[in-house]
Design a binder for this molecule. Structure first.
Ligand SMILES: NC(=O)c1ccc[n+]([C@@H]2O[C@H](COP(=O)([O-])OP(=O)(O)OC[C@H]3O[C@@H](n4cnc5c(N)ncnc54)[C@H](O)[C@@H]3O)[C@@H](O)[C@H]2O)c1
Length: 365
């Protein structure tokens, strides 16, 4: 990278804020100018750990203090929209953690602010940067899979993310769907060429505290838990393809996993580990490239994928281009998430209507 001194700030110094900071710290041409957290101990510790010169308890004071090229928003979803809009209006590009917002309405307000400010807003869907995901995307683009027909995507988590309030709906926007399954939903959509969703239906339940009650860190956490921890959904797309999406936080699995299967008219892809089986003279043959980086779960490169996502955003700032994860794609994910929640409540298939997303793009590649 050319040293052009990209100035960044990180809002939220919890689990993911520190992951962003670790990634920024890898790049000598990045200046971590400021951090922000409402928790004073966490703020002081983070500023010290990453040698950050300015620390703020109030994100507005941080934004007012200096111009930033890039702001990471790593708070819980309840504050994503107000922080993202404020940062964009002050001329910063933004990398906002997933999920983009509490709902599509907030997401559209963020997109409008990005367009008006002529800055990008990208979302932390770091799974796209896993080496196996990159290989898969290349193979789909090269036509190895043929036309996508259908996909299945799922996340099997063995535990509840107790370290933050991911289990309190008014703060997180939802449970395993909004907090966890969005990763694999985004990855499966991207692999399939981002088809336009038209309807969604879902069923949801809470197995907590029938399961995992003993893992609650406090009586307060036990009482506050009000999100779905188990769901299954079906999404139809305008091109006739469909996706089955499911997830759980209380799965009886030996380990945490994210997986999907994409069926094309030439081959079927499984992820992860990445496995591609294609028809050759009527016989299914494994054509997975030997060079594809695989492991048992495909998750071994998670921190590296966050670092790659950060490097992409920094490079996008410098070269005035869009990062890999574009806001219109994050809005599509949000629209699907909203429709799945609505369907679980109404017990009906829910139509999905999105505004002309290309009009919302703030930057093009
Ligand atoms: N991509 C990934 O791999 C990944 C992993 C974990 C979390 N996340 C996402 O990152 C976001 C944060 O999750 P987390 O697990 O780091 O949560 P967390 O609770 O560990 O951290 C959130 C931090 O934000 C701070 N905060 C809350 N309100 C604030 C405000 N108004 N101003 C400044 N700071 C404030 C809290 O004090 C806390 O330190 C969520 O959107 C989550 O879904 C992404």
């Amino acid at each position: 990278m050319v040293n052009t001194g990209v100035r960044v700030a990180v809002i939220g110094c919890g689990a993911q804020g520190r992951n962003h900071l670790r990634a920024y710290a890898k790049y000598p041409d990045v200046e971590i100018a400021a951090v922000c957290d409402t928790d004073p101990d966490r703020l002081a510790q983070t500023a010290q750990d990453f040698s950050v010169p300015s620390a703020f308890a109030d994100y507005r004071a941080l934004l007012d203090s200096a111009p930033y090229d890039l702001v990471s928003i790593c708070t819980m979803p309840v504050s994503h929209a107000e922080m993202a809009i404020a940062a964009l209006q002050l001329g910063a590009n933004v990398i906002c953690e997933k999920p983009l917002a509490m709902n599509l309405e907030e997401g559209l307000a963020i997109a409008a602010a990005a367009k008006q400010a002529e800055r990008f807003l990208t979302v932390g869907f770091n799974m796209r940067y896993l080496p196996a995901a990159q290989t898969l995307k290349r193979m789909v683009a090269d036509g190895e899979i043929g036309q996508p027909v259908s996909s299945k995507a799922w996340t099997l988590a063995t535990d509840i993310p107790w370290w933050g309030k991911h289990y309190v709906k008014r703060i997180s926007g939802g449970g395993v769907l909004a907090s966890t399954a969005v990763h694999i939903l985004d990855l499966a959509l991207w692999a399939a060429g981002n088809p336009q969703p038209v309807t969604a239906s879902a069923s949801m339940d809470r197995v907590f505290p029938r399961k995992r009650a003993s893992t609650a860190p406090s009586a307060e956490a036990l009482a506050e838990f009000d999100v779905e921890d188990t769901f299954s959904g079906h999404i139809r797309f305008a091109d006739g393809t469909w996706m089955d999406l499911s997830g759980g936080w209380g799965c009886d699995q030996p380990e945490y996993s994210y997986s999907f299967e994409l069926v094309g008219d030439k081959a079927t892809v499984q992820f992860a580990p990445l496995r591609i089986v294609a028809e050759r003279d009527g016989i299914p043959v494994d054509i997975t490239p030997p060079s594809a980086v695989v492991d048992k779960t495909g998750m071994h490169d998670w921190p590296a994928s966050v670092a790659a996502e950060i490097a992409d955003a920094v490079d996008a700032v410098r070269n005035e281009r869009s990062p890999l994860v574009r806001i219109e794609q994050a809005l599509t994910v949000q629209a699907i998430v909203d429709a799945l929640y609505c369907s679980a409540e109404t017990r009906e298939e829910v139509p999905i209507t999105l505004p002309a997303l290309n009009q919302l793009q703030s930057r093009t590649v």
